[in-house]
Design a protein around this ligand. Structure first.
Ligand code: ADP
Ligand code: UVW
Ligand code: MG
Length: 589
């Protein structure tokens, strides 16, 4: 599969074509960067060609316009899918997601939380929809990796009302942190789940991530990519008291303050340039402003390394990546110097000799340093290509069907004889409420279930009538009744326990008591679209928020006119934090 990937950052537009099979190979690598008024630089690599030059674009968003022509010129415009880096995915997007009108709208709504990024990311999506309306596009989110952060990390100590409105920490650069952590684990030769790592991504945007035994535990970035380290044009940590001060002393509006924190701060605010190369050159020539800037930058990073080692309660390795992390030996040295007390010591010669060609990840710690120090190129585009292909492999070409999830509360299906016994001979139930499955209904009448421990009153009766009475309860209900109830597929009633059913005209005791195994009702057309068959078991993921849960072993039941719907019981719904209406999606076929 040929995958086109877009990675629009705050100071560059990177794009590439990847051939994804068992191995993922980068066929074409393109980049527009060093934007200033009136122009930028570009570099295109394809086979033996390595072409550099100047272009007229003055921002990553503008540079998108150059991509179609570049691909055409290299004969690379036949693609199968597009993968996009999307910086902010909020609490909803925990994994790569197919882009359609609804998901694009949801991403757009997050723009205020990543104003330097999401608009350009979406511009790339629109460009591709225009050029290749029939090609599927997948969003890969910077935030997704960090959704594993615990609540004590993601929660700001602010009023409940603000938290309810959505104020919380997220963290970014997740694709990069995940890649470099995996790369370091590979070099160490131990599984990521055994390791405590600090990943230091120093690009134009910069963040540090605590990767604790395979999961992101904390990131220096917060609700927006503004918190944390000093960046190219962003401030990083500032006392929130600054807002009041600036408003009173300089009469600045919230918008003016926010704009300045994003665009006029960081390296640019401190030294007048957002480019670390310039600043390092000036500092070396004695410029005191540039010197102080470098000291602040390194100190802030060092502080987070120490903090995250303490947060995890251990540290096996740190990994440098991003333009500055990869290319500036002096910045790496400033950040590492003085950390001998925690077992981290740099080898100065190795630090100077770093060569990252061929995806190398050299170790630059001194002999005897307990903590390893890696430098590695980040590979956001490669990760996006892989995750795009993986996401599409489980989504059939007709598109991802959101499966409505219905929560079944306890109910009974009655036989003719049971109705006679409970309500009187020949009684006709009132088919009060139609259900979504055609021909199915809930009756106005109710019954009571009685077990050795207790009673369940007002239990629903679902029709039509069946050959055999079947009573479906949850595991919690089984304790209320005091009966050990097995999990069974509907209709599999051999050797099931007995329960007593009471109605207004009489009661009787019958077997047929089960905890219904979760299942999907679907029809032949939807089943074909999803690539699933009657009788097969699939996994269904429900809820995209922090209670996201994947239900394994969900039985597919295809019926000629069935309405496609996942049925789970109340215990399962509670575990997944589902209240009334919810949807799920297939994660594995
Ligand atoms: N040799 C170098 N020495 C110091 N800084 C460098 C060097 N090469 C690149 N950088 C810095 O890397 C930063 C850009 O990082 P990069 O990861 O390319 O940005 P982006 O976040 O836009 O992807 C700039 O501050 C640039 O000056
Ligand atoms: C999230 C972020 O800051 O991204 P970038 O470094 O690409 O600007
Ligand atoms: Mg970047």
């Amino acid at each position: 599969m040929q995958v086109l990937v877009f990675n629009a950052g705050s100071s560059s537009l990177k794009f590439g074509i990847f051939s994804v099979a068992t191995e993922t190979r980068e066929v074409f690598k393109g980049c527009y960067e060093r934007f200033r008024a009136g122009g930028c630089e570009y570099r295109f690599r394809h086979g033996e060609t390595d072409e550099r030059g100047a272009a007229e674009f003055d921002s990553p968003g503008e540079a998108l316009k150059g991509v179609p022509a570049a691909l055409k010129r290299f004969g690379l415009d036949a693609i199968d899918a597009v993968g996009h880096r999307i910086v902010h995915g909020g609490a909803r997007f925990s994994s790569p997601t197919l882009l359609d009108d609804e998901t694009v709208e949801a991403i757009e709504a997050l723009t205020p939380l990543a104003p330097l990024h999401n608009p350009t990311n979406l511009e790339a999506v629109r460009l591709c929809r225009g050029l290749w309306p029939d090609i599927r596009q997948v969003a890969v989110f910077d935030t997704a990796f960090h959704l594993s952060n615990p609540a004590f990390v993601t929660t700001y100590a602010v009023p409940l009302k603000w938290r309810e409105a959505g104020l919380r920490r997220y963290g970014f650069h997740g694709t990069s942190h995940k890649y470099v952590a995996e790369r370091a684990a590979q070099e160490i030769g131990r599984p990521l789940s055994d390791l405590q790592l600090v990943s230091i991504h120093l690009g134009n945007g910069a963040s540090i991530c605590a990767v604790n035994r395979g999961y992101s535990m904390d990131s220096s970035m917060g609700m927006t990519p503004l918190e944390g380290l000093v960046m190219g044009t962003r401030s990083g940590d500032v006392d929130p008291g600054a807002f009041g001060f600036l408003s009173r002393e300089l009469q600045l509006s919230v918008q003016e303050i926010e704009d300045a924190l994003y665009d006029e701060s960081g390296l640019k605010g401190l030294a007048g340039s957002s480019d670390m190369r310039d600043i390092e050159d000036r500092a070396a020539k004695g410029d005191p402003q540039a010197q102080l800037t470098i000291e602040i930058y390194a100190y802030r990073a060092k502080k987070y390394v120490g903090a995250f080692a303490a947060a995890m309660g251990g540290l096996d390795a740190i990994v440098f990546t991003g333009g500055i992390g990869e290319n500036s030996p002096s910045m790496r040295r400033r950040i590492c110097d003085g950390l001998d007390f925690m077992g981290l010591q740099l080898d100065h010669d190795r630090n100077m000799a770093v060569n990252l060609s061929g995806r190398a990840a050299p170790q630059i710690q001194a002999y005897g340093s307990r903590v390893r120090v890696f430098v590695t190129e980040t590979a956001e585009q490669l990760m996006i290509a892989r995750e795009t292909a993986a996401a599409l492999a489980v989504v059939p070409p007709g598109g991802q069907l959101r499966l409505p999830v219905a929560v079944s509360a306890r109910h009974v299906h009655l036989s003719r004889e049971a109705v006679d016994g409970l309500f009187g001979k020949g009684y006709v139930l009132d088919q009060a409420t139609p259900l979504r499955q055609p021909g199915h209904w809930a009756a106005r009448e109710r019954v009571t279930l009685v077990g050795p421990k207790g009673r369940l009153e007002r239990v629903a009766i679902l029709g039509p009538l069946r050959e055999r009475t079947q009573i479906e309860v949850s595991r919690t209900d089984s304790f209320a009744l005091g009966i050990d109830v097995p999990v069974r597929d509907s209709g599999r009633l051999e050797a099931t326990p007995q329960v007593t059913i009471e109605g207004p005209a009489g009661s009787f005791t019958t077997d047929g008591l089960i905890i219904a195994a979760r299942h999907i009702h679907t029809n032949p057309a939807d089943a074909a679209r999803q690539g699933i068959e009657d009788g097969e078991y699939v996994d269904v993921r429900v809820n995209d928020d922090d209670r996201t849960l994947t239900f394994g072993r969900t039985l597919v039941r295809v019926g000629k006119d069935s309405f496609t719907e996942v049925h789970i019981d109340t215990d399962e719904a509670n575990a997944a934090g589902i209240e009334v209406a919810a949807t799920g999606e297939l994660v594995q076929v």
